[in-house]
Design a protein around this ligand. Sequence first.
Ligand SMILES: Cc1ncc(COP(=O)(O)O)c(C=O)c1O
Length: 299
Amino acid sequence: MLQKFDKRNENLKIWVGDQLLNRNDAKVSVFDSVVQGGDAVWEGLRVYEEGVFLLDRHLNRLQESAKALCFESIPSNDHIKLCLKKTLEANKMSKDTHIRLTLTRGEKITSGMDPRLNQSGPTLIILPEWKPPVYDNEHGISVITSTIRRNNPSFLDSKIHHTNLLNNIQAKIQANFARVDAALMLDYFGFAAELNGTNIFMSKGDKVFTPFADACLHGITRGLIIELCEQHNISCAEKNISLTELYNADEVFCSGTMGELTPITAIDGRIIENNSGIEMSKNLVSLFEGVRKNFCVNL
Ligand SMILES: Cc1ncc(COP(=O)(O)O)c(C=O)c1O
């Protein structure tokens, strides 16, 4: 399903650096590290009526990603929260909003790879958009297995939520050609890692499984689902999951800030059949919705 242009987003005010700019003026320099080398980290945030969902967890992950990449003068969480508040207020947004929060290494004094060329601190970008969850969470999505593998820590550690997304974009291109919604990416060893933009779970009977967070992003939504399972005595284990196990799962679903929890109804054209009759994903969706407001932060 291709997202359409939402007219409500025509006159957005976007935070770039230290100011709010109109959509058409919101640009970074050609010397910015994100242009030069995709040298940036990011978070996707969702704003509900009750506030920004799991904000501190997202900001902490952003801090850790920037620290791992040795960014200098990383803005504090308090500073980012203030900029988020100003941006949401300027756009009169208090629900149904997705924010793409990016922190680049900043402008370079001349083009080049060396971070020592960055002498003016990082660039903060806050792009808020009216955007309801992107997937059809009622009917689910179909995926194919991509031939493009997810990175593992030998190449580029998935614990860094970076903007070097070309392998995921290539996987999504394969999904587009196959006319399905998303691509399942495997890890180096051939086990499932995640979809090109979301984490993956499967259930078999009353048990839930998800891949180790070695080659997938350690998703914030993924983390909450694992916690909810623990709190409600639902067995949930991280493990290596092969394609055979996914094809034979009772349910498969994906998770992420952009789409929340979404059933995966077919993988590589194979329909996922629920032989146990246990509706695990429905159960988890209702647990998720039940706690949502407890995890929202009002700025
Ligand atoms: C590759 C990838 N996997 C999974 C996710 C889901 O993570 P989260 O639940 O933190 O939104 C994202 C979101 O940015 C992502 O880019």
